[in-house]
Design a protein around this ligand. Structure first.
Ligand code: PXP
Length: 240
């Protein structure tokens, strides 16, 4: 299973002071050395954390791969076409939200998403759609023919302590998406404590995790933080 580390949160700290530290590009080197399979960054239209310069440098210097999260907006799509990251994950974006709150609306947004997917594919970029783990969303997303879907694990992350249906929903959505020929990714709100059951789902091949890893890095350093997450995932996958 691939672990892509979302480094937006380091850029958030930098932007709090509008200085040049901590530099997410320098952090990325350590993240890769610690065993991450990829780097995830969200270039938001409001540029609240990751900046154009970050994506530019990362796509030029990454030893692994870059997964660019983006809204289906002309300006950002043009940047993706120019920089051609390994993968682009289309996400919904609202300026007033603290983080990406829900999955894409693949019904209302179908025309826009179809165009965005076509542009990205034409540029040679692997495509993914960030969606809610429900049967309707999976079916509608699959009809748009991305390479992958990323299942939103936010509801699971908010409810795993008390049990409930959220994990079963992710499991069912992952099976459905796989059966429809899509690669399955997952992410949002995953932590050292709750990642195990999601990582154990065999249909899921990639996890995107940011906030928990960067938070732990404040205490133990980024390399140990990445390694510990890697170990939890590998253990859930049955590694000795
Ligand atoms: N996947 C997507 C599509 C996201 O938007 C985010 C947050 O930027 C993540 C994964 C990572 O979420 P977290 O920071 O909660 O681990």
């Amino acid at each position: 299973m691939r672990l892509y580390v979302n480094i937006d949160h380091a850029a958030t700290v930098r932007q709090a002071r509008r200085t040049d530290e901590p530099d997410p590009v320098r952090l990325a080197v350590l993240v890769e050395q610690a065993g991450a399979d990829g780097l995830t960054v969200h270039l938001r239209e409001d540029r609240r954390h990751i900046q154009d310069r970050d994506v530019e440098l990362l796509t030029r210097t990454a030893r692994t791969v870059v997964n660019l999260e983006l809204a289906a907006a002309d300006e950002i799509l043009a940047i993706a076409e120019r920089l051609r990251p390994h993968q682009a994950t289309l996400v919904p974006e609202r300026r007033e939200e603290i983080t990406t709150e829900g999955g894409l609306d693949c019904v209302g947004g179908a025309a826009r998403l179809r165009k965005a997917l076509a542009r990205l594919s034409a540029a040679g970029v692997r495509t993914s759609l960030f969606i809610s783990p429900d049967p309707e969303a999976v079916a509608v997303a699959a009809a748009l023919r991305p390479d992958a879907v990323e299942l939103h694990t936010g509801r699971y992350a908010g409810s795993w302590r008390t049990g409930g249906a959220a994990l079963a929903e992710i499991e069912a959505a992952a099976r459905q998406a796989r059966a429809l020929g899509l690669a399955v990714h997952a992410g949002h709100g995953l932590t050292y404590e709750n990642v195990g059951p999601v990582a154990a789902l065999p249909e899921i091949e990639e996890l995107n995790i940011g906030h928990s890893i960067i938070s732990r890095a404040v205490f133990v350093g980024i390399e140990r933080a990445v390694r510990e997450m890697r170990e939890r995932i590998d253990r859930a996958r049955g590694a000795p």
